[in-house]
Write a new protein. Structure first.
Length: 318
């Protein structure tokens, strides 16, 4: 049996261990741990301050670029689109303030924007495919140059909308023709789009304004939406003197700008601009439209797929 002496020795050992732990914790070990933690905190604080400094510098540089663009913008865009009417179409998710700023630049370039059209989610929703197919078939007789037989519904609808908003012919009157009015009225009644303003003359150029992609969309919805973006861009370009699709940097990351840049069939003809949330991006839209009038296209900005920051500057307009 374990005797009383064993219990005493065990208890003494426990108390000695506790005493040693307390002494070490309050002395050498505590100092090492404390110094280590202090060093880590100081390092993290230094890194945070460095990141804050870099962020502030980046913001200052961005503000300086916008200030520069604001100062020289009027001279860059002046008279570049004189006498042109531009149709502006906003895709679901587009930032209205970016569209507003772009319209301001278009007007500063001498263009008119008769009305703005905003497409609704229903235009792209896979669950509404049968409804859109029925409407597209109903409106198809309005086109004298309809898409080839068997064309997808999104192509038919895009061609019908393009017929209502743009033209390759010289615009001589301010009133929309009956066909254009009928198409827009039918699409508005169907809940596919809304019109801000009174749709008058058709444009000879088109600007599509896109936004960030829907991160919650299913694969089926993403596929249907991308097909709709491409059809719109292609048909607006084919039925006008040129089209530009523009949006924020997010639009170039899985959004409509990325879709066009990823399709050589469309990007060969349709220009894209990212960075529409900056003055430089808005000016690039004007310059890209001017380049479209010359029969060329390009992908502009700083996001993935861009081939240059800005379009080449056109010759001075006398």
């Amino acid at each position: 049996m374990i005797d009383f002496r064993y219990h005493v020795v065990s208890l003494v050992s426990v108390f000695i261990a506790l005493a040693v732990g307390i002494v070490l914790g309050a002395g050498p070990l505590n100092e090492g741990i404390s110094v280590g933690i202090t060093d880590q905190v100081n390092q993290l604080t230094s890194e945070k301050n460095q990141l804050r400094t870099e962020r502030d510098q980046a913001l200052q540089a961005s503000d300086a670029k916008d200030d520069w663009a604001t100062a020289v913008g009027p001279a860059l865009v002046a008279r570049q689109l004189s006498g042109r009417a531009v149709a502006v179409i906003e895709l679901p998710g587009a930032d209205g303030s970016q569209a507003d700023a772009t319209v301001t630049q278009l007007q500063a370039a001498g263009a008119t924007v008769p009305a703005r059209v905003t497409l609704q989610d229903k235009w792209f929703d896979p669950q509404q495919a049968a409804f859109r197919n029925q409407l597209a078939a109903q409106l198809l007789p309005e086109l004298t140059d309809a898409p080839a037989a068997g064309a997808a519904t999104e192509t038919q609808l895009a061609a019908e909308l393009a017929r209502a908003l743009v033209t390759n012919e010289a615009v001589t009157g301010a009133e929309a023709d009956p066909t254009a009015a009928a198409i827009v009225a039918a699409m508005t009644d169907a809940g596919l789009l809304s019109v801000d303003g009174t749709l008058g003359q058709r444009g000879t150029l088109a600007v599509l304004v896109g936004g960030a992609p829907d991160g919650d969309a299913t694969d089926q919805e993403k596929k249907a939406t991308a097909a709709g973006w491409l059809a719109l861009a292609a048909q607006l370009d084919q039925r006008s003197a040129g089209a530009v699709l523009a949006g924020s940097a997010e639009a170039a990351d899985g959004g409509p700008v990325a879709a066009v840049r990823g399709s050589s069939d469309v990007s060969d003809d349709v220009s894209t601009v990212d960075g529409l949330d900056s003055v430089i991006g808005q000016i690039d839209v004007v310059l890209a439209l001017r380049q479209q009038l010359a029969g060329a296209a390009g992908q502009y900005g700083t996001a993935s797929g861009a081939t240059a920051v800005s379009p080449p500057l056109p010759a001075a307009v006398p």
